[in-house]
Design a protein around this ligand. Sequence first.
Ligand code: ZN
Ligand code: FE
Ligand code: FE
Ligand code: ZN
Length: 269
Amino acid sequence: MRVDYHIHTKLCGHADGEMEEYVEQAIAAGLDEMGFSDHMPMEVWGRHDPTLTMRLQDMIEYHDRVKELRHWYRDRIRIKFGIEADYVPGKEREIGDFLREWNFDYVIGSVHFLGDWGFDDPRYMEGYERRGVDNVYYAFFKVIRMSAESGLFDIIGHADLVKKFGHRPERDLKPEFDDLAASFARSGVAVEINTSGLRKPVGEIYPHPALVRACREYGVPVIATSDAHTPGDVGRDLHLARKLAVDSGHSRSFTLTGRKRDIHYDLQP
Ligand code: ZN
Ligand code: FE
Ligand code: FE
Ligand code: ZN
């Protein structure tokens, strides 16, 4: 079984191609199932930037298009309706209300902001030097833990996105990874193994192999994703993500329907 659940659309303002092209690529890549997970409208938590996320007014079109494609392609691939939702401390109620309004098959929870700072945006990279790389790592992982414990999400997105531009902390992250995996296990979330980091300055899958191993030790499920923002990236390098999972001791992955894990299947690189 081959699945890719982290796929964007041009509705977010920074991805390209038509939704059909993403589906065609998923079929060409031999996937059994795919899910669209475009960026949740920022208006949900009080900001507005049409180059970063969908707009609230896009939601009906997004939902309709996924349902339409699911029907058109029903004999060739299963298509799920997901979303990548920002976790913003203090906005849990607003985010929760939005997520309940739509019948998503799954929700990927991601941290792209520390306060007002979009730390994964190349335009604001000087923030790492100004705040100190260790402080940024500490702050990021704290918010990641809060995102898991919020209970809002099914899958934790790119759990060490803070490494995107290659900044490295002084301190050893192993204890941090143990804490994270314990928190993920307590909260019942899964973790994605996201290959988009291979296409970023850091040149590594998210998250670090030591965190993938810690997830195994604590019984946290994993799922391989591409985070495609262009049709050609659907399914990209997923064999490497699955290999990382298997090498770390994971043997199973899962699908989600109506926010419940339903099919459990053997992971094969
Ligand atoms: Zn994006
Ligand atoms: Fe993201
Ligand atoms: Fe994404
Ligand atoms: Zn992402």
